[in-house]
Ligand binder design. Structure first.
Ligand code: NAG
Ligand code: NAG
Ligand code: NAG
Ligand code: NAG
Ligand code: NAG
Ligand code: NAG
Length: 769
């Protein structure tokens, strides 16, 4: 039960941490022509991910690309203008292959040398104008185009682009192609194999199936479905997919135009009705915005009808019949594209949109679909979790005594959730730079968590040194399954550390939750932790006074950041020498935020029912009443400071009668003006005595029994910096034998019982008094 609860909590946590990550980039593309009456700056750039500049032509004698002199300027400035509006938009250069008149294209295809000169010129032009890729448009399968040679072109094109990228060091140019949606023309079909292998995607020209200039029956030109014929988009896409063409390389064409037909009579049921030819315009073609104007001009009540059988909008007045895509048809098509797993959509004739109504609809439809995809899984998981938590709580209420720990986890977790929900700026905002690591990667990096790579063992579990394939060293903290500092601390640490960035805090690089493992990945600190120097008879000589001062300053800055300058006030609650790590230049970095608590800026103190921390660094008010505030860390800092200057552990007994703890011993010496006796002889440096005494005094101020008497971190920092300023005399430190009146003897037992030692310095080291 407990482990299920953990898993459930964990799941919620990750849903909160990283909501709906986008699977891959959904293409929202559009053709833009020179001469179409739209300025690039007028395009709403939030609605598109790709814009295609149309068209460049193929010179029939040189087989090279050329642009009309009148359009040269448009091509030249296209990318710059687009990127000026939105730098994340991809731009493509479109080459016109001629459609019904492919002579230049065909003559280029015929010879490998001419194909080469075409390919080279497309790459050169694309780079010259700053495009990210090239589009080939207007290749209509016919007998005049040898498909074997088209395959060869695409293959050579891909090779050319590949080689150019390797040579120039720039990202490969994208290669895309427009494909007409009638799968088989004149019994010739596209070389699908080569297309899918060599192109990044294809635009389906999913419109113009029926034109009033060609046919005598009024049919929709861009039907998504058609119960009566194969001339529809669904048929085409199904045909492609069943032949193994990948959906993720298909981009659905959306027409922003329709056609007007002149019917033989004014029959009300017009689909498939006999027609005499185009209406309204010469060929019946009609842009969306003009159609809307045309319909509006008929006055009140004139409106188009959406027919969902075909996914088309229809308008009829008298014998004029217009079929086109309005918002309903566009929405149906984009939804369809999402459902089929296609790559995106591509708008034909963007300038026909009216106030971006269609483009916005397309964008919204793709987002709706995104949400719908998440809806059921999320709902089911939420229900499961609510049931689980409910069950767990019932279970726990029966067995409160034995299961205190789990209840603590649940409580802590729900309060965390509350905090996250209440604070608009939730912790997620700090997590984007966190990496997730796979178990396999970490296993390889640490040589299967070998004992050679073990750096140490904390309450959380062992810490290993690792080396990533790229050569970067990391420290991997692995949650031991028996640890009493478990899931709660893990979540805590991920959320907190991710949102903290300071040179004196160890940086969390990422985490791993593979295979029921919980691991945290940190920057590697080659010089390990401060305690290995302070309390080692030999290594302590590596720390001279200058280095000590540097370390003290670093820790001070780190704490200042946590308490004063980060977004939250953070109480570390486990500051000690073994949690101060040293980088290759002996810069100190505070680590291990597993016990840290976020503190609201306006709170002065908070209460906890779970006593944690390491003996010797825990202030009395916390031991006795579970109260913690920023003064908790001040106290621990004071203890640490005394250890740094004395090189002494706090778990031994000092003084003539060996009956004093470190704080009392320091206090007695300070009172008797014998400070220098307290100092570590290895720091012996006459020039530093002043600073040493200042440090000692500040440390004693920090370890005073009453939290209110202890200075703030800002005061500590300024006292340490400014050696000449006057400083209060410290009162008796906490946990003194010669007790103050308001403390009674019972407290001592409390100390022994209440502290769950979560780390090396265990209760058994308690000094006998
Ligand atoms: C820029 O384009 C990207 C990709 O389409 C889009 O997500 C973003 O919202 C656009 N930004 C603006 C300011 O239009
Ligand atoms: C410019 O391009 C258009 C493409 O439609 C073509 O019709 C026209 O003849 C070209 N003009 C020149 C001067 O090449
Ligand atoms: C296809 O290309 C080959 C040379 O690669 C050429 O010999 C052949 O004539 C071409 N076929 C057509 C139909 O252009
Ligand atoms: C296409 O060209 C290839 C040579 O590249 C040739 O073997 C084949 O017969 C040609 N096919 C047609 C239909 O012309
Ligand atoms: C598709 O439409 C064309 C006319 O554009 C027609 O000739 C052809 O028969 C139609 N195909 C099918 C399968 O209905
Ligand atoms: C769409 O039009 C066809 C032919 O006119 C008709 O049979 C069908 O019922 C219509 N569908 C809807 C949903 O209106």
């Amino acid at each position: 039960m407990a482990s299920e609860g953990k898993i459930a909590c964990f799941f919620v946590f990750f849903l909160c941490l990283r909501p709906s990550s986008e699977e891959r980039t959904w293409v929202k593309s559009a053709y833009v022509y020179d001469g179409s009456d739209i300025r690039l700056s007028a395009i709403d750039s939030s609605l598109f991910s790709t814009l295609i500049c149309a068209f460049a032509y193929i010179d029939s004698s040189t087989h090279q690309l050329y642009v009309n002199s009148s359009t040269e300027y448009f091509f030249h400035t296209f990318t710059d203008s687009v990127k000026f509006e939105n730098s994340s938009i991809t731009t493509l250069l479109s080459v016109w292959a001629g459609r019904e008149d492919p002579s230049a294209f065909v003559s280029m295809l015929g010879e490998s040398s001419s194909r080469r000169s075409f390919i080279e010129s497309t790459i050169e032009k694309a780079r010259l104008y700053g495009f990210s890729g090239v589009d080939l448009c207007g290749v209509l399968p016919s007998r005049s185009i040898n498909m074997t040679n088209l395959s060869a072109l695409l293959r050579e094109w891909r090779d050319g682009v590949d080689a150019e990228s390797r040579k120039s060091g720039k990202p490969q140019l994208l290669l895309v192609m427009a494909v007409y949606c009638q799968p088989i023309f004149n019994s010739v079909s596209y070389p699908l194999d080569s297309i899918q292998r060599n192109l990044d995607w294809v635009h389906l020209i999913a419109y113009d199936y029926h034109l009033p200039t060609r046919e005598r029956f009024a049919l929709p030109h861009a039907a998504l479905f058609d119960p009566a014929s194969q001339n529809n988009t669904d048929f085409c896409i199904t045909w492609l997919l069943t032949r193994g063409f990948p959906a993720r390389k298909l981009v659905l064409g959306l027409p922003y135009h329709g056609y007007a037909w002149q019917l033989e009579d004014s029959s009300p049921d017009a689909i498939g009705h006999p027609a005499v030819g185009p209406a309204v315009t010469a060929d019946g073609s009609f842009g969306y915005s003009s159609i809307k104007l045309y319909i509006r001009d008929f006055g009140y009540g004139a409106t188009s009808v959406y027919n969902s059988t075909y996914a088309v909008n229809l308008f009829r007045k008298g014998s004029v019949w217009i079929n086109f895509d309005d918002v309903e048809a566009i929405r149906a098509k984009v939804t369809y594209a999402k459902e089929k797993g296609l790559l995106g959509y591509n708008v034909f004739q963007i300038n026909n949109d009216k106030n971006w109504v269609l483009s916005r609809t397309a964008q919204e439809a793709s987002e709706d679909q995104q949400h719908r995809r998440w809806f059921w899984p999320v709902l089911l998981i939420s229900i499961a979790i609510v049931l689980l938590i409910f069950g767990l709580i019932c279970y726990l209420q029966r067995r409160t005594l034995k299961s205190k720990g789990i209840l603590g986890v649940m409580k802590g977790f729900s309060s965390r959730l509350k905090t996250m929900v209440c604070k608009g700026e939730s912790l997620e905002s700090g997590t984007p730079n966190l990496q997730t690591f796979g178990y396999v990667t970490l296993k390889a990096a640490t040589d299967d968590f070998s004992s050679e790579n073990k750096l140490g063992e904390g309450g959380f579990g062992p810490v290993y040194k690792g080396k990533l394939p790229k050569g970067q060293y990391i420290a991997v903290k692995r949650l031991s399954k028996t640890s009493n500092q478990g899931l709660e601390e893990f979540k805590n640490e991920v959320m907190l550390t991710a949102s903290l960035q300071h040179v004196n805090l160890v940086r969390l690089l990422g985490f791993c939750t593979d295979r029921e493992e919980l691991m945290l990945i940190y920057e590697y600190m080659p010089n390990k932790s401060l305690d290995l120097y302070l309390f080692d008879p030999i290594r302590k000589y590596l720390l001279d006074w200058v280095k000590c001062v540097h370390i003290i300053e670093g820790i001070t800055q780190g704490l200042l950041y946590l308490q004063e300058y980060s977004n939250f006030t953070i109480i570390h609650r486990d500051l000690k020498a073994s949690n101060v790590l040293l980088d290759d230049e002996m810069n100190p970095k505070i680590s291990d935020f597993g016990l840290a608590r976020i503190f609201r800026k306006d709170d002065i103190e908070a209460n906890t029912n779970r006593i944690v921390g390491t003996y010797g660094y825990v202030p009395p008010e916390y031991v006795r009443k579970g109260i913690y505030s920023t003064k908790y860390d001040i106290y621990s800092f004071g203890v640490l400071l005394l250890q740094i200057i004395s090189g002494k552990k706090n778990s031994c007994c000092y003084g003539l009668n060996e009956n004093l703890n470190l704080l009392e011993y320091a206090y007695e010496l300070w009172k008797d003006d014998k400070c220098m006796q307290f100092m570590d002889p290895s720091l012996d440096d006459s020039s530093s005595s002043c600073k040493l005494m200042r440090c000692m005094q500040v440390a004693l101020l920090c370890v005073q029994a009453k939290p209110g008497d202890r200075p703030s971190m800002l005061e500590v920092s300024s006292m340490l910096k400014n050696e000449s300023s006057a400083v209060n005399s410290p009162k008796k430190p906490a946990f003194s034998i010669n007790k103050d009146e308001d403390e009674d003897e019972d407290d001592k037992c409390l100390i022994k019982e209440a502290i769950h030692s979560v780390n090396d310095a265990s209760i058994s080291e308690l000094c006998p008094r």
